[in-house]
Design a protein around this ligand. Structure first.
Ligand code: NAP
Length: 258
């Protein structure tokens, strides 16, 4: 399917690895020029080189997107974009009694206030152009909270509420905002979460992964490529009537009808 976005320009945050990288790859394949970001320059440059293989222009900005100065750097390099994909690393696991105010502020900064700041900076240009797409990478935890990820549950719930209202204010200008909710995907983040299980239960990584996969109706982890394809579709010309949705990509793990 031709996604109809060849020649558009996108900012994809936290995109050197994992799900952000999957989104950047799928957009590049659709002919979208990219500004990509991550903190570590080496992996970021390697991803940028791979993306250029699709024949698109790629600017790579090594910066921490969760800080004001990092965002300023990224936004200066990005200028006006047609497509924004927000993403950042997820907060650490723990239990309800672990977290103090500073832990919540850090999680809110990374997973709620950063995407909001990016939308505030870039939505006006999209509105002026009469066309725009925003996809926020959030989490399955928005619909089905994960007990040990309380910081993530809290921050992403806040972003979801903001998107619910904002998406319905900007849709009239041809700008859509939607959230993609990953369940478990085979990325470094999953390895880090599974390492916690390995440590806590004294089992092997293979066993931890097999046990987790067995809880998913699809009986496997998702891939960054299939996540990226869903993101590219939401950014396509065909997705203009999809507004303010929270779309689960979880192999059926969250057992619910809505
Ligand atoms: P990942 O494989 O660990 O990749 C994270 C990417 O983000 C890397 O490119 C990393 O590069 C970059 N990054 C992290 N913190 C950053 C920051 N402060 N500023 C800029 N770039 C940053 O993670 P993932 O699995 O793709 O996860 C992406 C998001 O989805 C996370 O918020 C995660 O919590 C959420 N999620 C993932 C899963 C899953 O199963 N994978 C499930 C639910 C939710 P640098 O480290 O070099 O900055």
């Amino acid at each position: 399917m031709d996604l109809g976005i060849k020649g558009k320009r996108a900012l994809v945050c936290a995109a050197s690895k994992g799900l952000g990288r999957g989104c950047a790859m799928a957009l590049a394949e659709a002919g979208v020029d990219l500004v990509i970001n991550a903190r570590g320059a080496e992996a970021l440059e390697a991803t940028a080189a791979e993306l250029r293989g699709f024949g698109v222009k790629v600017v790579a900005v090594a910066a921490d997107i969760t800080t004001e100065s990092g965002r300023a750097q990224v936004l200066a390099a990005a200028g006006a974009v047609d497509i924004l994909v927000t993403n950042a690393g997820g907060p650490p696991p723990g239990i309800w009694s672990d977290w103090e105010r500073d832990d919540f502020i850090k999680a809110l900064d990374a997973n709620m206030l950063t995407p909001i700041a990016l939308m505030k900076a870039l939505l006006p240009g999209m509105i002026t152009n009469g066309w725009g797409r925003v996809v926020n990478i959030t989490s399955q935890s928005v619909k089905s909270p994960i007990p040990q990820l309380g910081l993530s549950n809290a921050a992403r719930a806040g972003l979801t509420g903001y998107v619910g209202g904002t998406s319905r204010q900007v849709a009239q200008y041809g700008v859509t905002i939607n959230n993609l909710l990953p369940g478990i995907h085979a990325t470094d983040r999953a390895v880090s979460l599974d390492s916690g299980v390995v440590k806590a239960r004294g089992i092997s990584m293979e066993q931890a992964q097999a046990e987790r996969a067995a809880t998913i109706p699809a009986r496997r982890y998702g891939t960054a490529a299939e996540f990226g394809a869903a993101c590219a579709f939401l950014c396509s010309q065909h997705a203009g009537f999809i507004v303010g949705q929270n779309i689960l990509l979880d192999g059926g793990a969250a057992n619910m009808t809505l």
